[in-house]
Design a protein around this ligand. Structure first.
Ligand code: FMN
Length: 414
């Protein structure tokens, strides 16, 4: 994809270097435009080095190429980050006194605008009215995040995390191209680990990071689903961008929390994907902190509630997908799990996949179909898992049979 990044004169301009790097690393072509004031905050040399392309700035530097038009034509999408109050106002009023504002007006591709400024500037009626107008015209203008600002105050006005900007731009562009039976389906996805407390301060946990779960959330969103993510707070801290893809996030701590919360929304759901590595063993936690002693400590654990089997009892229309993480006889154990728990499909993987970004999986479904996915990034594996779920949906549901499925959507693995 050809991505044009416009940078205006806000303090957050320096952060855009990281964004340029992310796009380039994932194989996108990047060109940058700096306003004259932005040069106070980041240099063309930095941007040219990272983008491996020219950094543009002057309106009249290369008139033979009519750059404000040729750049607009070259771009598949444009990002303006940070967008200053001044640049927003110029776009809104059609003022074209520099290269950036001219390109924006000449552009007929998606344009993603990320305002960033002092909170009082951001909440000023003039800025708010301009933003509302831009949104009406079809520009995608995103809320700044809250927190400490460079001016020493705290509030709304920070440039969102560059990884989130990256996810928004790539996600929105891919989404526009995909047609899928997932459209408007309610999907519940669990991700990460749960805790099993042994006393008020200690717990047993596993190494699951939640990577597969959040990648499944992203893919389901790309295909138009409404996704509820059920996970612990560390998953969100690790992958804050997943907020953008999930319609609702339910934070849980224990395996019992997962059951209690999912059972309430399960009836309205169409698809349940259990990607979380739930603690299988529980304990009645000691009411007080267990004291250190010279003697060995024995902790008695009992099986935790089996969330999947419990939900299976409520199954009506839902397609239910489980995961099996095995150290040996992966497929045999996974098939046994599929039958025992009433799964429509099980994704089997080995312990090598836990806590890392890539995995090799076998997808086994109740019709006896087996599919093997070679070791790949979890973003790619998640897409393939959803492709298989789409097959089940097509077989189950007459109403979605006519929707073509796009198989070769472009995968990125950042
Ligand atoms: C140190 C400093 C930091 C600034 N940071 C911001 C900012 O974060 N957001 C903003 O809208 N304006 C900020 N400004 C004001 C803009 O630089 C100013 O409005 C300028 O006209 C923007 O020009 P441009 O939109 O053409 O880049 C800052 C000014 C200074 C001196």
């Amino acid at each position: 994809m050809n991505i044009l990044i416009g940078i205006s004169g806000g303090i957050a301009a320096y952060k855009v270097a990281g964004l340029v790097r992310m796009f380039v690393k994932d194989g996108h072509e990047v060109k940058t435009i700096l306003t004259e004031n932005a040069k106070q905050f980041i240099t063309p040399v930095t941007l040219e080095t990272l983008s491996r392309n020219r950094c543009y700035s002057k309106l009249f530097s290369n008139v033979r190429d009519i750059e404000h038009v040729s750049l607009a034509e070259w771009a598949d999408a444009m990002v303006i980050a940070p967008a200053t109050a001044n640049t927003i106002s110029k776009i809104c009023n059609g003022a074209c006194d520099d290269l950036l504002s001219n390109v924006v007006l000449a552009l007929d591709k998606p344009c993603y605008i990320f305002p960033s400024m002092n909170t009082n500037m951001y909440t000023h009626p003039s800025v708010q009215e301009n933003i509302a107008k831009l949104r009406q015209w079809g520009y995608m203008v995103y809320e700044p995040s809250e927190g400490e600002l460079a001016c020493g105050t705290s509030g709304k006005g920070r440039l969102p995390d560059t990884k989130l900007i990256y996810e928004i731009v790539i996600g929105e562009t891919e989404r526009a191209k995909i047609e899928s039976p997932f459209l408007n389906k309610n999907v519940i996805i669990t991700a990460g680990s749960t805790r099993s407390y042994i006393d008020p301060v200690r717990y047993i946990v596993n190494r699951s990071s939640g990577t597969m779960g959040v990648e499944l959330v992203r893919h389901a969103w790309l295909r138009g689903a409404k996704v509820t993510l059920v996970c612990n707070s560390e998953v969100i801290e690790r992958f804050p961008w997943v907020n953008y893809y999930a319609d609702m996030i339910i934070l849980v701590e224990t395996t019992e929390d997962v059951l209690k919360n999912v059972v309430e929304i399960f009836g309205e759901s169409d698809i349940y994907i259990s990607a979380a590595a739930l603690c299988d063993f529980g304990n009645n936690p000691a009411p007080k902190k267990i004291k250190k002693s010279q003697n060995d400590l024995t902790i008695q654990l009992k099986p935790a509630v089996d969330v999947f089997s419990e939900l299976s009892k409520h199954k009506r229309k839902q397609i239910m997908i489980g995961f099996a993480l095995e150290t040996d006889d992966m497929e045999d154990h996974a098939i046994a799990k599929l039958k025992e728990k009433g799964m429509d499909m099980v994704v089997a993987n080995t312990v090598e996949a836990i806590g890392v970004d890539s995995s090799r999986v076998a997808i086994l479904d109740k019709r006896g179909i087996r599919k093997y996915i070679q070791k790949s990034g979890k973003r790619i594996v998640a897409g393939q898992i959803l492709n298989e779920i789409e097959q089940i949906m097509l077989e189950n549901d007459e109403t979605v049979k006519n929707i073509p499925i796009r198989r070769e959507e472009k995968e990125t693995s950042h």
